[in-house]
Design a binder for this molecule. Structure first.
Ligand code: GDP
Ligand code: MG
Length: 436
């Protein structure tokens, strides 16, 4: 997409396509007021909603709809440009006709995906981490995703970066003064030592965010919980119960499940994907063998494994090694209880709530200190800054130290404002939908 040309006026539906009570169409650019005048006759006072009869064009007798119309002046709009909003009835035909009317106005064009937000960014209404947060907010399906995205959108990460940047600039000023005017101004060794310890403290804080980011990333993308056990232990029955539908084939024939099946479940606001897979056993069936290999790989990569056993199945010992976060489940406890963290039955429903609770507790324990930086781009920037800060501390040469501190500052700045990096912006805004 080309850099937004602020002489263009763009429009797009802001609400999802399909049948709905109301559909909102947004317009941004210098002709926003003119659009309202063309379709609604006159422009209402800024930020006041007004009920208007929309005409197909200023000289047309055709009424398209009764709609609420709002005008925003450039300084107080989402994009930082003049904006108009038409809240029309949400039928496909109405929406299509209003869009047709708008495209008939000279100088107007349909917006590209994310173009409204891209204009907001160019006009300084938000920075790139906030824009990334907005895209996440629109995609958020669970509570934890929503909270994390909102923190990013509200600029929590940006202000954190601004504070690191400010502290580094203060330190850098002192080092540079020592280099330039060491003979004239009185900068003690203690002052320089304090700058170094400040740099090291900032490096530590950055690393904490990076450590927490593994969790933030999982909140954004989802955790994986693998159901592991011998054939017929009841893995597919359990996943169907969790999914509240028949997703996996359940049968008394061992070796039925072969592909890895992924079922998303919302556990108290955490986005968790359960993996059902082939039962682990030695088998001579070539296809089942591939299923078992895939199962072992998926189990290895999962955040938590539910290791299942039951009275009527024989575990093939040592196929998976037990890990810290594994949960051991004794299945089919309606036939009698057994060893394990939880006794569970998909027939009576016993133990299922307890299992979900345990998964939630285990995952939220890892949430301690979780942050909001979850995008690869943001994390790469933090890593670069950490490397530069470490290099700054690893030298006794003040000039080299100052140079690395400067690179660290630049790496941090690049996270919120990648100046001139159009490809980075293209990538971020490609994730947006049209109309945002
Ligand atoms: N009694 C009892 N039978 C179960 C339970 N869960 C599953 N089964 C039965 O065990 C057999 C294997 O179940 P399935 O879910 O396909 O096991 P998988 O091979 O581990 O996926 C089926 O006949 C199920 O009806 C349970 O909790 N109690
Ligand atoms: Mg199965």
């Amino acid at each position: 997409m080309p850099v937004s040309d602020n002489h263009d006026t763009i429009f797009a539906p802001a609400t999802a396509a399909g049948r709905a009570g109301v559909a909102v169409i947004r317009v941004s650019g210098p002709d926003a007021r003119h659009c309202i005048e063309c379709l609604a006759g006159s422009c209402p006072a800024p930020r006041y909603m007004s009920l208007r009869r929309l005409k197909f064009a200023s000289d047309s007798d055709e009424t398209i709809d009764q709609a609420l119309v709002v005008f925003f002046e450039a300084r107080s709009s989402y994009t930082g440009e003049s904006m108009a909003e038409f809240h029309v009835h949400g039928g496909r035909a109405t929406l299509a006709r209003v869009l047709e009317a708008l495209s008939g106005i000279p100088g107007l064009r349909m917006a590209a995906p994310g173009e409204f937000t891209r204009r907001a960014l160019i006009n300084g209404k938000l920075d790139l981490t906030q824009a990334e947060g907005l895209a996440d907010l629109i995609d958020a399906e669970t509570e934890s995703q929503r909270r994390q995205a909102l923190a990013l959108t509200e600029g929590r990460f940006s202000s954190q970066i601004a504070s690191w940047r400010g502290r580094l600039i203060d330190g850098l000023a002192l080092i540079e003064a020592a280099i330039e005017f060491g003979d004239e101004v009185d900068i003690s060794d203690e002052d320089l030592a304090a700058v170094r310890s400040n740099i090291s403290e900032i490096g530590r804080e950055l690393k904490l965010i990076l450590e927490a980011s593994a969790f933030s990333k999982k909140v954004r993308e989802g955790f994986e919980v693998a159901l592991v056990g011998p054939p017929n232990v009841g893995k597919s029955s359990l996943i169907n119960m969790l999914a509240e539908k028949e997703s996996a084939i359940v049968s008394p024939i061992a070796g039925t499940t072969r592909d890895v099946l992924r079922i998303p479940v919302d556990i108290n606001g955490l986005y968790v994907t359960f993996l059902d897979m082939a039962g682990l056993r030695d088998t001579s069936d070539e296809i089942e063998k591939i299923g078992v290999e895939r199962a072992l790989l998926s189990a290895e990569a999962a955040d938590i494994r539910i290791l299942m056993s039951s009275a009527d199945t024989r575990a093939e010992a040592d196929l998976v090694k037990c890990r810290d976060n594994d949960i051991r489940v004794w299945a089919k406890c309606d036939n009698g209880v057994g060893p394990g963290d939880i006794n569970l039955s998909t027939v009576t429903g016993d133990g299922v709530a307890q299992l979900l609770d345990m998964i939630f507790t285990t995952l939220s324990r890892r949430a301690a200190g979780s942050g909001y930086a979850a995008h690869k781009r943001q994390l790469d920037g933090l890593r670069n800054a950490v490397d530069e800060l470490e290099a700054a501390l690893n030298t006794n040469d003040e000039e080299v130290c100052a140079a690395h501190a400067k690179y660290a500052i630049r790496a941090l700045e690049g996270i919120v404002d990648p100046v001139g990096a159009e490809d980075v912006l293209d990538e971020v805004f490609a994730r947006f939908c049209i109309g945002k």
